[in-house]
Design a protein around this ligand. Structure first.
Ligand code: F6R
Length: 242
């Protein structure tokens, strides 16, 4: 695992954007796995700035997101489709037909999970997967206890994850209890992984990942088996790692 320590959130976002922009320029038809949440917002902002200033193109880029809430329409301001439109898709020249998120409103959610897996296979897999990390060490919405061989599935969100995400909703009751998430096995098949972490509340999870053993109680520890992981984390997030 390659760990790049940076000073703060802005530096993390800058470094992550530099890495991604470099790859997108070199491989303009690559398949990019994307994450939502607070962590990648600064990175997306820099990708947009670079697109506007330097013309880096997303015309031939295909994206697949990690997850989507169950029960929110894509027009709901807290849906991840809406987030991606607001932070990236709506601001670069990407072809929407090449952007993929699970449909959390599908009538048959199990069939939707299988369709999503199939779609990832059809596009030829993910070249670089961007990840955040939950306070409890989740990646995607693979909460502690999720077996590492799971593929895209319906995930029950833990109370701590719902509480962490409640800041985007008007009340805790509105936070969905389920999401469709790529499984850990799906994530591990990405050819390269770029994990971002900022802030003290991620320090325990990172410590567990960097100093620990592979275990189901820390989903991110599955990454220890992956041959090509880069972590960009700030000082606070690394404050408990030796
Ligand atoms: C988002 C995702 C989640 C987040 C994680 C951290 O698509 O899959 O695993 O990366 O919950 O969230 P933030 O960045 O808000 O701290």
């Amino acid at each position: 695992m390659n760990v790049i320590q940076v000073e703060n959130y802005e530096d993390m976002s800058q470094k992550a954007a530099e890495i991604l922009i470099g790859k997108i320029r070199r491989f303009p038809a690559m398949n990019l796995g994307l994450a939502t949440g607070g962590t990648p917002i600064g990175t997306y902002r820099r990708l947009v700035q670079d697109h506007q200033m330097n013309g880096t193109s997303y015309q031939n880029i295909t994206t697949v997101n990690l997850d989507e809430y169950v029960g929110l329409s894509e027009h709901h301001p807290c849906s991840y489709r809406y987030y991606m439109e607001a932070h990236l898709f709506g601001k670069v020249d990407i072809d929407r037909r090449n952007t993929h998120l699970p449909n959390g409103n599908a009538e048959d959610l199990k069939a939707e999970c299988d369709r999503y897996e199939e779609r990832i296979r059809e596009i030829g897999g993910i070249d670089v997967q961007l990840l955040g990390i939950g306070r409890n060490g989740h990646i995607g919405f693979n909460e502690p206890g999720t077996p590492f061989d799971m593929r895209t599935h319906i995930a029950n969100l833990s109370l701590s994850t719902r509480q962490a995400n409640a800041r985007y909703f008007s009340s805790m009751d509105e936070v969905p209890t389920q999401a469709i998430s790529m499984g850990i096995a799906t994530i591990l098949e990405s050819r390269e992984i770029l994990l971002l972490a900022s802030g003290e509340d991620k320090a325990d999870a990172l410590q567990g990942l960097l100093n620990g053993q592979k275990r189901f109680s820390l989903p991110a520890s599955a990454l220890l088996d992956h041959p090509c992981v880069t972590i960009v984390a700030d000082k606070e997030a690394l404050s408990k790692s030796s």
